[in-house]
Design a protein around this ligand. Sequence first.
Ligand code: ZN
Length: 249
Amino acid sequence: MRLAALALGLLTSIAAAAFANVPPAQWRGVPVLMYHKVDAIVPADAVGRDLTVAPASFAAQLRWLRAHHIRTLTAAALADALRRGQHPQRAVVLTFDDGYEDAATTALPLLRANHATATFYISSGFIGTPRHLSWAQVRTLQAAGMEIACHGTYHLDLSQLDRAEQMREAKHCIETFARYLHGFRPVTYAYPAGQYDATTFVVMAQLGMRLAFTEHPGTVRSLRARYESPRRRVRRDDDLATFAALATP
Ligand SMILES: [Zn+2]
């Protein structure tokens, strides 16, 4: 009797595990989406315009994710899931680069309203400068459950730096957050302009980064190439069908 109960329990847990862990062959990974600004103010230059998603568009994208039961993970949560051998389904990671102030004033209220989380890749050296986040705003993002992570100190292209310079640029960002956020140490990184080289892998490993993002196409499928993780750019003119394709593995 006890044996039968044990066997039943075992079968139940095997079934539960099967639901939680889809066989890797059928699993197509988690898309990681890259935003810069969500703002009603549209920059005049073509590049700035392309990087600025209208608040109404972003709200529609968040509603689309909810309607399709696609949950948002932070990059750190994705790294944790992969480390545990899980293969998240119907999941997406939303990321915001550079640390503009609209992250707190515009993106955050929309994320909250839609019960979504995101990862904010902030260049620490620009915090408190015009049009960028203040430390109070960075703390507000963190208190709301958002991941605060590194995008360099001065947004330098790591592939143009030697090893000591790369280490300084990345380490200073991490240590600045630790100093201003009560010892909090970021665990993921996004390379400015998506640029890196072989030296960057050594630097990221030494700093204990769990994932680092490029702008390569594709989805995150494993931690094997953890420092060359792909991201998909969301552009201002993307309609919902384009967004749906980006958010689907
Ligand atoms: Zn950037």
